[in-house]
Design a protein around this ligand. Structure first.
Ligand SMILES: C[C@@H](O)[C@H](N)C(=O)O
Ligand SMILES: C[C@@H](O)[C@H](N)C(=O)O
Lengths: 165, 165
C-alpha cells in the first residue's frame, strides 16, 4: 500500500512576524519583501490569507537571530504601505510532515491535525505544498508535537534522529 | 551562477473556500478537514494565519467541480466548531514559481511579487515551501500573471507549454 507520508521534521529556531492590516492592493507584498530582501534576511514560511475589508495580514518566519533585523525592515514597510500593526513571536516551532504520495492530501491533513488535537496542541499557522504540510505551534510543545505526528504516521524513528529543516 | 527558479506553473481549475472566525483552540482544524476527507475531496492549498481575538480564518482550495461538495462539508463543520462565516470564490488561479535553489527565498519572493505588482495583479493568498512559492490571483489575470513571472525569472517558455500542477 502506498505510504503518503515518509517523514516528519521540526525547526525550533524560527521566529514569526505578522504585519497586520496590509492594504489589499497590488504592490504591497512587494514593498514588504523588498525591504526584507535588501537586508539579506532569510525567510522560510510566508503565509497570507484572503483579505477582509480591503486589508490582509501577512506572516512570515525567519531564523531567530534575524528577528531584530526583520522587525526593522517590517517597521519601515508598515509605514510605506499603511499597515495597521506588527506582531511577533520568538517562541514558535515549525512542525512538518513530508510525503511524495500526498497529492490527495486531505487525508494527511486531517490525520496530522488530529494527532496534534489529541495532545491539545494549538495550530497557529498552516501552509502546504504538494509534498509538505507545515504548521506553527508553541515552542514548548515541540517534542509532543513531533512525537504525535511520528506515532500517527508510524514513522518509527526517535525525534532526536531527525535533521531540522 | 545559480538559478533559484527553474519553472512556473498555474492551475486555473481551483476554487477557494474560507471558513472565517474558527475558534483558535486545539481540535478545530481537525473537525473541518475530517469532514472534507470523509467526502473524499481533494485539497490543494491550505492556509491559516495566526489568530486574532481567539479566532482564525482557514482557507483551502479544491478542484472547481468539488466546490459544492466541499461547501457542504464546511457548512457542517462551521456549526460544529462555532465559526462565524464561510466565503468562497470559484474565479481564482494558483500561480507558482518553483526552484531547488530557493533556500534563501526572500529574493525570489520579492521578485515574484514585484512581477505581479508591475502588472497590477492583486495577490489574494500566499503560501510557500522550500521549493515553491504559490499565490492565488483572480482567474481573469491568469495569463498576465504567468507571463509576468516567466519574464521576471527569464524562463523562456510560452505559458501554453506548461503543464498544470
Ligand atoms: C496584501 C497584499 O498581498 C496585496 N494583495 C498585494 O498584492 O501586494
Ligand atoms: C484555528 C485552528 O487551527 C486551531 N488553532 C486548531 O488547532 O485546530
Amino acid at each position: 500500500k502506498s505510504v503518503p507520508v515518509c517523514g516528519a521534521a521540526m525547526n525550533k529556531s524560527e521566529a514569526r512576524i505578522t504585519i497586520q492590516g496590509v492594504p489589499d492592493s497590488p504592490g504591497n507584498s512587494y514593498q514588504i519583501f523588498k525591504r526584507i530582501a535588501d537586508r539579506k534576511i532569510t525567510v522560510d514560511m510566508i503565509v497570507q490569507n484572503v483579505g477582509q475589508e480591503n486589508r490582509a495580514d501577512i506572516s512570515f518566519t525567519v531564523p531567530q537571530d534575524e528577528l531584530a533585523k526583520a522587525l526593522a525592515a517590517v517597521k519601515e514597510a508598515k509605514e510605506v504601505v499603511g499597515a495597521t500593526g506588527i506582531t511577533s513571536d520568538d517562541k514558535v516551532t515549525k512542525v512538518s510532515v513530508v510525503g511524495l504520495g500526498m497529492a490527495h492530501q486531505t487525508g494527511v491533513a486531517q490525520k496530522m491535525f488530529r494527532a496534534l488535537a489529541n495532545e491539545s496542541i494549538n495550530i497557529q499557522m498552516i501552509t502546504t505544498s504538494e509534498i509538505k504540510i507545515s504548521v506553527l505551534v508553541e515552542r514548548g510543545q515541540s517534542l509532543p508535537a513531533l512525537r504525535a505526528v511520528h506515532q500517527s504516521f508510524e514513522l518509527h524513528r526517535k525525534p532526536d534522529d531527525l535533521t531540522e529543516w
